[in-house]
Design a protein around this ligand. Structure first.
Ligand code: ATP
Ligand code: MG
Length: 214
């Protein structure tokens, strides 16, 4: 079982997230991708973030009808900041021995990996899939990780993957980059502009019905 774990604030989810996840499922033969909204994102200030419940509801609408996509409220069931390592441990403990976890992040998020809580152990516990944007590919690990850590990874050209003998692998994959951000969606919502084709219609209806981001 190859399980993709896609963490984010999802404030709100948009087609950039959904399309990238769809392509990664195909590229890496992931059996399932779980969207995991952060309850208390360690890297973001809470102002402007709508409730966990709203973000979860919008994700629910967005993933409906896609058999590969699902979502989890695990980060809302833990007190304190939402650390990815706790989430990965949760899924590993719940799965059987054949479970491989692939943590999905954007390039911007992965560039800051060494600021994440217990990041060295996190890199040991799961694989990472980094969605790259055009112009970002082939940056290599040495620009992101300290030399002692980066030096442990060996590049396997056949699989196009960086492998650490005792830990997880790191995949850089370019997905179709839809230049959409949640910030832009929120801004347009506030300005009363159209959101069509930026996020699913069901999500737009939900935001309107609940007067979010006004
Ligand atoms: P904000 O504008 O509030 O920062 P965001 O659009 O970046 O929001 P997040 O919830 O912060 O959304 O992102 C969750 C994850 O999705 C991150 O790893 C981020 O890099 C990635 N991501 C964000 N936008 C896109 C996009 N357009 N295409 C692919 N991945 C994306
Ligand atoms: Mg972001």
């Amino acid at each position: 079982m190859n399980l993709g774990l896609f963490g984010g604030t999802f404030n709100p989810v948009h087609l950039g997230h959904l399309r990238a996840a769809q392509e990664l499922a195909e590229l890496l033969k992931l059996d399932r991708i779980v969207f995991i909204p952060a309850a208390t994102p360690p890297h973001k200030t809470p102002s402007g973030i709508v409730s966990f419940e709203h973000r979860l509801q919008m994700l629910q609408l967005a993933v409906a009808g896609n058999d590969v996509f699902s979502l989890s409220d695990v980060e809302n069931r833990r007190p304190g900041k939402s650390y990815s390592i706790d989430t990965v441990r949760h899924f590993r403990n719940a799965g059987d021995s054949g479970l491989e976890c692939f943590f999905i992040t954007g390039q911007d998020a992965f560039d800051a990996i060494t600021t994440w809580h217990d990041w060295k152990n996190l890199l040991r516990l799961c694989h990472f899939v980094v969605m790259t944007r055009p112009g970002y590919e082939n940056r290599g690990l040495h620009q992101i990780l300290p030399p002692d850590v980066a030096g442990r990874y060996v590049y396997d050209a056949a699989g196009d993957v960086f492998q650490e003998p005792h830990g997880g692998s790191i995949f850089f994959r370019q997905t179709t980059f839809l230049d959409i951000s949640s910030s832009e969606v929120r801004k347009r919502m506030q300005q009363g502009r159209s959101l069509r084709y930026l996020t699913p219609d069901s999500v737009i209806r939900y935001m309107e019905a609940n007067r979010l981001y006004r």
